[in-house]
Design a protein around this ligand. Structure first.
Ligand code: HC0
Ligand code: SF4
Length: 469
């Protein structure tokens, strides 16, 4: 999987090492191949990067040195099955591994089978952070790796409809901004804040580390899941399709999104998931390479209507601070009934691990915080609990820099890429005519034809969830 992008392979080639003279290490335990994160110890060179990243950056201690002595190896803490540990599935160990010892579960076959099945309609959603990164594996410049070019490629690969997760990011904002304004009506000054919940790495972290805070997490589903729910109901009905005839695929920069899609709370009453398969950016790139696709040979085309229409607010979701900025833009409109200057809340931008946005909504001061990286998140929560900090609304992203630096993104060994990718999203936001989620014409249609209004009974049923440990 990492052939051609493996530091050890590069060094071995340079030093003419062709064979491995050592016997293949026998795995100390059988890995659960259904888990979204896979470890192959036979490829591990014991560099300890996964241990360092998980311990120091994410403060989760999932990996450890086992069997101290000449036969030591890196494994899970206390050699426990990975699914029994508190792994957030942020995937940062994968993107920091210099070889291919850590990978994400490969779901390409299942997607290719769905594409080949004439009895189903395949729908694919493209996450905000993909538009900044997929071209890196092909040497494209950011301005060449457009989502419109990707739309043509995905159609060529056989997907029937190509849509945009940024559309449902706009939908998430409609629901989450409304939820926040309701929350502020009863919040007392020293109460804990409302936390965003669209990052499944953060939700997994909250469940294992701070279960007492789960009631503070927004009930609004993530854009990935809102997209799935709307596609298998409103959109399917409009196309004379039953939910079973639709296979919903998402392309995400994220490993944790694979587990989010499979959560029982994200399935329909008949037990089928709203999102059937999640591919990481790397998996999509492998699919493209297996079909000998040269992206620059493909022209740009528009994403399909109506779930392919997004505002700039839905696009900046892929960077730390983007969700908060988008939520405040629409929150401002909801209370003032006038369009805000889209740059009003720009204090949310930038790569810092913790940022503050102080503003006022309806004359009420609002103190919003934006945090990325789970170590930073743990420190912030400890400060909030101890009263050393105060906040009304907190955006949390598990990966440093947000999804642009996600664990499913292309790997450039030794380089942190979030700061390189995020500016593309902000550039797209500046270039987009509609920069606030409530302005999205498709969002207006879905409320008019189906959901009626944010937080309506149908919206609550389809677009909201409870977070339980
Ligand atoms: Fe993200 Fe998302 S912004 S979590 O980082 O909210 O993965 O890109 O798709 O769902 O939109 C990831 C990225 C998404 C979701 C959106 C959010
Ligand atoms: Fe996934 Fe984004 Fe959260 Fe990372 S920050 S775990 S990529 S949703």
């Amino acid at each position: 999987m990492r052939s051609g992008n493996c530091t050890l392979q590069t060094l071995s080639n340079a030093t003419h090492v062709r064979d491995n003279p050592y016997p293949k290490e026998i795995d100390a335990f059988k890995w659960d191949m259904n888990f979204p994160l896979i470890r192959d110890n036979s490829k591990c060179i014991k560099c300890m990067r996964c241990v360092q990243v998980c311990d120091h950056m994410q403060t989760l201690h999932v990996w450890d040195v086992l069997n101290p002595g000449p036969h030591n190896f890196i494994g899970t803490r206390e050699n426990k099955p990975i699914c029994d540990l508190n792994c957030s599935l942020c995937g940062q160990c994968i993107t920091h591994c210099p070889v291919g010892a850590l990978t994400a579960r490969d779901d390409i076959d299942k997607v290719q089978q769905a594409i080949a099945d004439p009895n189903v309609t395949t729908v694919v959603q493209i996450a905000p952070a993909i538009r900044t990164a997929y071209g890196e594996a092909f040497g494209l410049k950011p301005e060449e790796a457009t989502v419109q070019r990707l739309a043509t490629i995905l159609h060529h690969m056989g997907f029937d409809y190509v849509f945009d997760t940024s559309f449902s990011a706009d939908l998430t904002i409609m629901e989450e901004s409304s939820e926040f304004l309701e929350f502020m009506k009863t919040k007392k000054p020293n109460d804990m804040p409302l936390f965003t919940s669209c990052c499944p790495g953060w939700v997994r972290f909250a469940k294992s580390e701070y279960p007492e805070l789960l009631g503070q997490l927004s009930t609004s589903k993530s854009p990935q899941q809102m997209f799935g729910a709307v596609t298998k109901t409103w959109w399917a009905k409009n196309h004379d399709l039953t939910p079973e005839q639709v296979v919903s695929v998402s392309i995400m920069p994220c490993v944790a999104k694979k587990s989010e899609a499979a959560m029982p709370s994200m399935t329909r009453t008949d037990g089928t998931p709203d999102v059937d398969y999640v591919l990481t950016t790397r998996e999509m790139n492998r699919m493209m390479k297996s079909e000998f696709i040269e992206p620059l040979n493909f022209p740009e085309s528009q994403l399909d209507d109506p779930l392919g229409i997004a505002t700039g607010a839905g696009m900046i979701f892929g960077s730390t601070g983007g969700v908060m900025e988008a939520a405040l833009r629409t929150g401002y409109y909801f209370v003032n009934h006038e369009k805000p200057d889209a740059d009003t809340f720009k204090a949310a931008r930038g790569e810092d691990g913790l940022k503050e946005v102080n503003t006022e909504l309806n004359g009420v001061p609002v103190h919003a915080l934006v945090v990325s990286g789970l170590g930073n998140t743990r420190r912030l929560i400890e400060d909030l609990k101890a009263g050393r900090r105060h906040a009304d609304f907190v955006e949390v992203m598990a990966c440093p820099g947000g999804c642009v630096g996600g664990g499913g993104q292309p790997i450039h060994d030794g380089c942190e890429m979030a700061g390189y990718r995020a500016p593309t999203l902000y550039k797209l936001d500046r270039q987009t005519k509609l920069r606030c989620s409530y302005e999205n014409p498709s969002i207006k249609t879905v409320y008019k034809e189906y959901l009626t209004a944010p937080l309506s009974p149908l919206a609550e049923e389809l677009l909201h969830t409870e977070h339980v440990a």
